[in-house]
Structure formats: C-alpha cells, structure tokens
Design a protein around this ligand. Sequence first.
Ligand code: DX5
Ligand code: ZN
Length: 223
Amino acid sequence: MVEVSTSILSVKEKEASKVFLGLEAAKTDYFHIDVMDGKFVEKNTYSEMLEYSSYIRRISNLPLDVHLMVEDIDKAIDDYLAVEPNIITFHLEACKNKEEVFFYINKIKENNCKVGISIKPETNIEEIYEYLPYIHLVLVMTVEPGKGGQTLLSDMINKISDLKNYTDENNMEIDIEADGGINLRTAPEVKSAGANILVAGTAILMARDYGVIIKELKMNPPC
Ligand code: DX5
Ligand code: ZN
C-alpha cells in the first residue's frame, strides 16, 4: 500500500492548527517536516519546523517524517530527536565521508528512530547502494531541494525504478520515498516506478478536500 507524507513547509502559522488537524482527519500517513538551514539550501525553516513539530507532537500521534536539508546534521539530529520523530532523513551530499554517514546512521538508530538517506537529483543512485543494508528508507528528491511548488524532474522516474530493481534483486525491504512535484498527474508513474511513500505539499494543501486527494494519491498504480 502506498503511503502519503504531507509536507507542511508552506503552512502559515495562523492556520497551522486547522491544517494539521485537517490533515490528520484526511488520513495523511505522516507529516513531512522540511528542515532547511539557509546553508545547504537557501531557505531557513529550522526553528519554524521545530515549533510546528513540537506542536504536532502535542495534538497528534501521527508519525513525523523529518527531512534534514542542513549542513550540520549532528546538531539537527539532536534538536529534532526532542520531538520524537519516526524517521530522520539526512542528505548524502552533506556528508564529507563514509565514516560520517555511518556515524549519523548509528546515532539516529541508537535513538530508536528510523533512518533515511536522501539524494539530490544530480547524485547517482549507485552512490547510496553501500548504505542500503543499514537504513530503512531512501528519499529520492524529484525536484531540487529547497522549496515547494516545483515541477517534478521526469528523469528521476528512472532513478526510482533503478533503485527498486536493485533492492528487489538484493531482497532488501527498504521504503522508497519520492519528494517534490508529486500530484495526481505525476503520482501514477512515480508509484509504478516503485516509490511506496509519496511526499506532497502543494498538491494536498491547495486542494479543497485534503481527504479526496490523499485517497487518490494512495490508490494503487495502473498495472
Ligand atoms: C523540497 C522539499 C519537499 C517539498 C515538497 O526541498 O523537500 O518536501 O516541500 O513540496 P511540493 O509537493 O509542493 O513539491
Ligand atoms: Zn522534503
């Protein structure tokens, strides 16, 4: 079954409570928390997303899917562990070497949290293969990280299917999450390629009825 992780990046503070409760009622599977530090990417959402996350923690039991787009991954892991996330995903491109990647993988797992690694559009999928036995999720960026409302980069579809083929061939149970430009038009090919968690922000938050679009995004892809 495909799951939906709604990005709350564009939620305005004055409507936050209504939106978060509405998304829970609409059966989003996760809240996707886009943490940006103004260095790894231009925008800085660091404290806003921390505030939103602790607020959601107080009003909902739904899992937090934290996407770190930061240079100082170690500090962000410490800060965001405080809101008891279910998944913390960091960017391979923000790591200087293999030892650093494994340090973060172990630190997140030691804190009873699932670990994901994310890769930007220009990063080859093969660069992540050696970490797959140790992580729970791969977050394939289908847009350039840094903002919502972008158009999905269609050549990322092949990257998702290459990853799916590799994990199938190697009998790996790993979630493949696609993030950026996901909507009712792009979701079918993303799901057919092998993504089982879809991140959507604009497509859901702009919808009149969150429940209708979340239900449609979850529907099985055409065979
Ligand atoms: C981009 C973020 C995405 C983005 C998704 O850097 O990682 O999660 O907010 O937003 P939409 O669905 O509008 O592309
Ligand atoms: Zn994201």
